[in-house]
Ligand binder design. Structure first.
Ligand SMILES: *Cc1c(COP(=O)(O)O)cnc(C)c1O
Length: 356
């Protein structure tokens, strides 16, 4: 039986992405070769990379606006250090918003490079909200924020207005909602949350920000080198890039990010509506900061845990236990999750209410 997959990452992808990925492993583009055995410099794969880069920019509304898209190896965690390496000047300063575990991890790496100012933190609230009303030092080389806090289930609904270059980790909500993406100088996202399999990270970078830090940067960590090589500085992760391209094509077929956002809003409204209505449950995150991607919630009475866990497992639901730092449950409703799967979870929550 196909499961209702609520995994936070790696995550659900559209069924056609699985089907076409499987086909490409057996026989890519009718070449008689697997995508796993062809040269990354072959015409067919260069076309994949070019289309993926162009489509990423198109879907974000950044086509022709002075941005480059890269599909790099390794995860978003490498960007935690590539960003300061490329943007923080010697004796420079960076400003960070501490809104959760991933933001904290990014801050830790930035500290290797220089003065790292935390403009605000919701740590004392166990990150159940996104800090607001902070000042960004005007002399910072950049400001870094996390658009969606995957673990705590909070999401930035607006972004600060600042003249300081803005960098955003969008790993868990990239392509899920329409934002004015031109306000960012760097956007990065590990593929495995909402775009593809693990193994590649999308980096969208404004050309004018490249090469400004004055640091000597090892080649593999230098955005300038990756841009110059059109994301082929070294062997790219061919299969994750191809599967990501299939997802991007799927998003475009759905009507683009705006259409996907509409569905994401409907899914979130359905689940949060039940969390708020059902007296057995409560939401874990501050209402105004609730993530449309990762809904965190708890049972009011822990005695119901065993029954509830049995019920959702029987309904074919997978991957909803919460992260250990929040407890309870986390339902990740990424782009590819159909609203029918959310309805199955809501039905289980209502059945529990009737049962106890
Ligand atoms: C998962 C996640 C990361 C880490 O991604 P890796 O690809 O595992 O390095 C970083 N930021 C956010 C917001 C995430 O959700």
């Amino acid at each position: 039986m196909k499961k209702h997959n609520y995994s936070a990452g790696p995550c659900i992808l559209p069924q056609e992405v699985f089907d076409k990925s499987a086909q490409a492993i057996l026989n890519f583009n009718d070449s008689g070769l697997s995508i796993l055995e062809i040269s990354h410099r072959s015409k067919d794969f260069v076309a994949v990379m070019d289309e993926a880069r162009a489509l990423a920019l198109e879907l974000l509304g950044l086509e022709g606006k002075g941005y480059q898209a890269l599909f790099l190896s390794s995860g978003a965690s490498l960007e935690f250090l590539m960003v300061p390496y490329n943007l923080m000047k010697e004796n420079g300063k960076a400003a960070y918003l501490d809104s959760g575990t991933w933001a904290t991890a990014a801050i830790k790496e930035a500290k290797f490079f220089g003065d790292t100012v935390i403009v605000a933190s919701s740590k004392d609230d166990n990150y159940n909200n996104v800090p607001k009303g902070y000042e960004i030092p005007a002399d910072a080389d950049y400001f870094h924020c996390t658009s969606n806090n995957t673990i705590f289930g909070t999401q930035m609904k607006s972004f600060p207005k600042t003249d300081v270059p803005m960098v955003c980790d969008m790993s868990s909500d990239i392509f899920s909602r329409v934002i004015d993406f031109t306000q960012f100088d760097i956007i990065y996202a590990g593929a495995q949350k909402n775009m593809g399999p693990a193994g590649t990270t999308l980096v969208v970078i404004k050309e004018s920000i490249i090469g400004q830090s004055g640091r000597a940067i090892p080649s593999i960590l230098d955005y300038a080198k990756h841009v110059k090589a059109e994301s082929m500085f070294n062997t790219p992760p061919v299969f994750p890039v191809y599967a990501s391209l299939l997802t991007l094509r799927w998003i475009k077929e759905q009507g683009g990010v705006a259409a996907v956002e509409k569905l994401n809003d409907a899914k979130a409204a359905l689940l949060y509506g039940e969390i708020d209505r059902n007296p057995l449950f409560k939401g874990a995150a501050a209402t105004e900061d609730r993530s449309t991607m990762n809904a965190t919630f708890l049972l009011n009475n822990p005695d119901h845990t065993e029954t509830f866990d049995k019920m959702w497992k029987e309904a074919g639901i997978s991957g909803i236990p919460g992260h250990r730092s929040v407890g309870g449950y986390r339902a990740s409703m990424y782009n590819a999750m159909p609203i029918e799967s959310v309805q199955v979870l809501v039905d289980v929550m209502q059945a529990l209410e009737k049962n106890v």
